[in-house]
Design a protein around this ligand. Sequence first.
Ligand SMILES: NC(=O)c1ccc[n+]([C@@H]2O[C@H](COP(=O)([O-])OP(=O)(O)OC[C@H]3O[C@@H](n4cnc5c(N)ncnc54)[C@H](O)[C@@H]3O)[C@@H](O)[C@H]2O)c1
Length: 251
Amino acid sequence: MSTPSLAGRTALVTGGASGIGGAVTKLFVDRGARVVVVDLQEEAGEALARQLGDAMVFLRGDVSDRAVADTAVATAAERFGGLDVLVNNASVSRQRPFEEQTAEDWDLAMDTSLYATRNFMLAALPELRASGAGSVINFGSGAGLDGQPNQASYAATKEAIRGLSRVVANEWAQHDIRVNVVCPMALTAGVAQWAEARPEQYAQSAAKVPLGRFGDPDEDVAPIVAFLASDDSRYMTGQTLMADGGAIKLR
Ligand SMILES: NC(=O)c1ccc[n+]([C@@H]2O[C@H](COP(=O)([O-])OP(=O)(O)OC[C@H]3O[C@@H](n4cnc5c(N)ncnc54)[C@H](O)[C@@H]3O)[C@@H](O)[C@H]2O)c1
């Protein structure tokens, strides 16, 4: 069976230096894409760039900053001749009960998730239109769908991203740009930290996964993102795909 090819496609992956974003970057390059990565982690980003060679460009930057989105899109155009795929993966939040979450906690979640997603989509629009087969893949979370305790600001921003994605899927279909959402569940460094801070919640989440485990970023989640980036999913837009071992079933 052949796997979806990304040959000739250029992607921009936010938070693409490590975790699920790192897995997506590696798989995209493996399948023939060129990738611009924006991430705060300079060391991890440079190491990945050395590993992947000419097919990847690393930009150190904060996704909260609209100028970073503009620079990243310009880099894709200059280095690789355009942009076909945008993966809005980066996201940061703090977990505590709703009544204890501060204005700064809310700003952090909104700035790095919802507003970053909006800004990168707006910055990418001209190149995605020119692509003729643009694909935007935004990241939601089971935390929002499930109402996970201690995740108010994060859950709110992730559900807002799903709403935004459905609207823009309708608006940008005329430009042949598809917009879909992935809600992953994978054992990354970020999740490992959460598991350490909230072991009972982690154990509960893992126990609820029908396939019996937290996913692997490389083997379980990145291939679903690659499917959405490829022409194999060209008749899908406005959808949320759960990459979570069956933990949540959307209707
Ligand atoms: N891992 C899971 O089980 C899980 C579950 C639900 C949703 N998600 C979502 O999947 C996505 C990836 O999750 P992950 O577990 O790989 O996260 P992670 O924390 O392991 O990695 C996030 C990456 O984004 C980068 N980053 C963080 N803040 C940034 C900023 N301001 N600017 C630029 N880069 C920044 C980090 O350096 C890191 O490389 C996120 O949107 C997350 O909310 C993950």
